[in-house]
Design a protein around this ligand. Structure first.
Ligand code: DX5
Ligand code: ZN
Length: 222
């Protein structure tokens, strides 16, 4: 688990052609497929669930599926996503009654656990959890929709989590999600992020490979 990873969010893909879209973005250089799960309860939007994840997995997606759960409750759905081929499973601490239990549950089901911090969620959630996580996801928008504006305070939050991860000395991915574009991905990398979710910036562009290349160039120059 090293290097910089680009994780296109299929929330902005053409759902009528989802398999082809995932193949195209993988061929264009995606390192992960970011899979946004919304329940019209924890967030005010409704998207896709385990059957869609399983369909992509069975299609033979060549990169890990990065499941971002925006659902409440969390635990009920974790085994379903593990069976459906999820690689990472991340959740919001506010949506789980027992955060440590949920992390353990994800691990027991053979997936890599991640914790997601909303713009107003404090870093204290990492106090007793970071050593058990494989990923921390910093939201740079409020969860629920693609195509929102990047919230700049995410950068100092990323920097603070980077310091915590380095002090811990364990491989924990540091992911940023929301409003990430070619124009601000370099700033995210400089702040310490190593995994970059981008939905509209990639799927809204005419050439996925070109956009991912431009993002990598910004990250490398950062
Ligand atoms: C928002 C989702 C994001 C979203 C990002 O709740 O978690 O993954 O798809 O979309 P963009 O990159 O368009 O902000
Ligand atoms: Zn997401």
């Amino acid at each position: 688990m090293s290097g910089h990873w680009i994780a296109p969010s299929i929330l902005s893909a053409d759902f009528a052609r989802l398999g082809e879209e995932v193949d195209a973005v993988t061929a264009a250089g995606a390192d992960l497929i970011h899979f946004d799960v919304m329940d019209n309860h924890y967030v005010p939007n409704l998207t896709i669930g385990p059957p869609v994840c399983e369909a992509l997995h069975k299609r033979g997606v060549k990169v890990p599926i990065d499941v971002h759960l925006m659902v409440r409750p969390v635990d009920r759905i974790v085994p379903d996503f593990a069976r459906a081929g999820a690689g990472f499973i991340s959740f919001h601490p506010e949506a789980s009654d027992h955060v440590d239990r949920t992390i353990g549950l994800i691990r027991e089901h053979g997936c890599r656990p991640g914790l997601v911090l909303n713009p107003a969620t404090p870093l204290e959630w990492l106090d007793y959890t970071l050593e058990k996580l494989d990923l921390v996801l910093i939201m740079s928008v409020n969860p629920g929709f693609g195509g929102q504006q990047f919230i700049p305070s995410a950068l100092e939050k990323i920097a603070a989590v980077r310091r915590r991860i380095d002090a811990l000395g364990r491989a924990v991915r540091l992911e940023v999600d929301g409003g990430v574009k070619v124009q601000n991905i370099g700033a995210c990398a400089r702040a310490g992020a190593d995994t970059f979710v981008a939905g509209s910036a990639i799927f809204g562009s005419a050439n996925y490979a070109e956009t991912i290349r431009a993002m990598r160039a910004e990250i490398t120059g950062a």
